[in-house]
Design a protein around this ligand. Structure first.
Ligand code: FE2
Ligand code: FE2
Length: 380
């Protein structure tokens, strides 16, 4: 990368302190390309700069192109798993870095100067097109369209409200130590500290009963305008109780690609009104599945003897999301299905897709938890 751009390197690094920077000798091509991309994000008039000097992005784009083929193309079936996973992590991190500009982080205003860049939009599309096609290839759209919508939504939400625990959930509840529990918080903090942010992107526009209920939902997620009651504040309290860092994105380097894909999926849908129903389907799944998923985390916190504050976020959601799930089904998803009968299948698609993405993310979190346990044992 030429000096004009490289010179910003020291100020642009946004790496967390969870993993120290590698020395330049052993930095991977992905880490190098991501650093270069972060530098580009901070350039004045990025689009103009790249028009004058297209060579600046040659290396980044060739790394990205190879990664996309490996992550979501045919090569994913024949390449070593480790390589495929690394490519997915790189592409999801780049996509997240673009989408995070849609939220405000109370940092320097200058960080947002390329929010509307054509180039960033192009990179976003470059990643999203093969990634979304890959996700959609697991869905049977014709079958979804054929399902009777009300019955299909009621059956899904009933089944997902209180499913029997999986073996890995049981194992976490009964065996995880503080090392594993902390790893869970590190990963979950990326979303937990800015919880429900994407929902805020769906609320502008005309009002009706559906809109009023969504507004009521976000008002609860945001603690009725009181910071200490905002759900993300409960997450921060959990971190504080364990002496962990409460800065959003501090543990970014800990986050597996599967969790980034789940966050990016919310961005993909909430930034496009054409996906309104799909987004609502996904959010319905979220609110429905949380009480049962969080119960295992809460059990682990209790078994570890953690304070009420150190597990309060789980308890809050077990309590509130059962109600939120009912709102999503009865007052938002079903009325939307009645209002848009021809497109109502999109609610099912959003629901099923989110379930698949969330299950995959949950497994990745637990794999990382056991890795943290092994590391802790090795050190002891
Ligand atoms: Fe919440
Ligand atoms: Fe909720």
């Amino acid at each position: 990368m030429p000096t004009e751009v490289s010179s910003l390197s020291a100020t642009s690094s946004n790496r967390s302190q969870a993993e120290p920077l590698q020395s330049s000798a052993d930095i991977t091509p992905y880490a190098q390309a991501e650093e270069e991309f972060q530098i580009l994000l901070l350039q004045d008039d990025l689009d103009g700069l790249l028009e004058r000097r297209p060579s600046l992005i040659q290396e980044f784009e060739s790394v990205l192109e190879r990664a996309l083929a490996l992550a979501y193309g045919l090569a994913a079936q024949t390449s070593p798993n480790e390589k495929v996973e690394a490519a997915r992590l790189f592409t999801q991190r780049i996509l997240y870095r673009i989408y995070r500009l849609k939220l405000f982080w109370f940092d320097s205003i200058r960080h947002y100067k390329n929010e509307d860049s054509d180039y960033l939009r192009r990179i976003r599309r470059l990643i999203e097109t093969p990634w979304q096609a890959w996700e959609m290839s697991a869905m049977n759209i014709e079958a979804l369209k054929a399902e009777p919508i009300e019955e299909a939504l009621r059956r899904r939400t009933h089944e997902d409200l209180d499913p029997p625990p999986t073996n890995s959930q049981r194992r976490f509840a009964s065996q995880a130590t503080q090392a594993g529990y902390r790893r869970l918080l590190e990963i979950a903090s990326l979303d937990g500290l800015v919880e429900a942010s994407q929902l805020s992107r769906m609320l502008g526009g005309a009002s009706n009963e559906i809109h009023a209920m969504l507004t009521r939902l976000i008002v609860e997620e945001y603690g009725g305008g009181q910071l200490r009651r905002k759900h993300s504040s409960y997450f921060a309290a959990m971190l504080t109780e364990l002496g962990m860092n409460t800065t959003p994105e501090h543990y970014f380097d800990r986050v597996p690609w599967q969790v980034l894909a789940s966050i990016n999926q919310s961005f993909v849908l909430s930034e496009r009104k054409v996906f309104y129903l799909r987004y609502i389907g996904g959010l319905t799944y979220f609110e429905i599945c949380v009480p049962s998923a969080f119960r295992h985390y809460q059990q682990a916190a209790e078994r570890l003897g953690l304070s009420v504050a150190a597990g309060g976020y789980w308890a809050l959601h077990i309590r509130e999301d059962e109600r939120h799930g009912k709102w999503m089904l009865n007052d938002i998803a079903l009325p939307l299905a009645a209002r848009y009968p021809d497109d109502a299948w999109e609610l099912l698609l959003g629901y099923d897709l989110q379930k698949r993405i969330s299950d995959r993310a949950g497994s990745a979190v637990l794999a990382s938890v056991w890795e943290a346990e092994r590391q802790a044992l090795a050190v002891a």
